[in-house]
Write a protein that binds this ligand. Sequence first.
Ligand code: ADP
Ligand code: ZN
Length: 207
Amino acid sequence: MDFLVNNTGWIEVICGPMFSGKSEELIRRLRRARIARRRVQVFKPAIDLRYSADEIVSHTDARLKAEVVNNGPEILTRLDWRTQVVGVDEANFMGPEMVDIAQQLADSGKQVVIAGLDTDYLGRPFPPVPDLLALAESITKMLAICMRCGNPAKHTQRLVESEDLIVVGASGLYEARCRRCFEPGIPPHQEELPFVTAMRRAPSHSE
Ligand code: ADP
Ligand code: ZN
């Protein structure tokens, strides 16, 4: 995205499954903003400290310094009023207030660049990203490569059994899958969603 005149704020969202290049793309956009001499602040949620406590790290090991926050509102308390561009990684871990915070930032003239998973390990929309998509000026949906068949992949396949919505990790725990290869496994004791039940009943056309 290019930069706007007159300090008009806006929201741009980069979404997609794990391994689709969201962090790489976020880092690329924020680096370009710095090259354009814009004042940039970058935030990531405290839940995701798997590779680095003070950086965004992509699966290709691209890195960018980031401030760690526990939730959306903490971004406001950490914000330097001179900041022009606000980057947020892993928005799916930022909590529901992230939507309102992004709106406030954009309304006050900031360019807000947000990356996050748009669906969870069962293929369900992953709050608050769907609302951010609805309110954004610009949306980029990234696709990964399906680890089963090589097609473009929009799903994050969990490879280990867990009942938790959030299991932080990457290779070995998750892989990218396309629509056909995705298997939305239902952990024991978790209620099956109607669309998943329907999916199980409907025979695949290719079989
Ligand atoms: P995300 O933030 O969406 O999880 P990253 O930006 O961290 O993605 O990493 C993207 C990089 O991961 C790609 O450029 C590629 O080198 C690597 N990669 C590993 N597995 C896959 C895959 N299944 N599909 C596409 N890229 C993959
Ligand atoms: Zn596939």
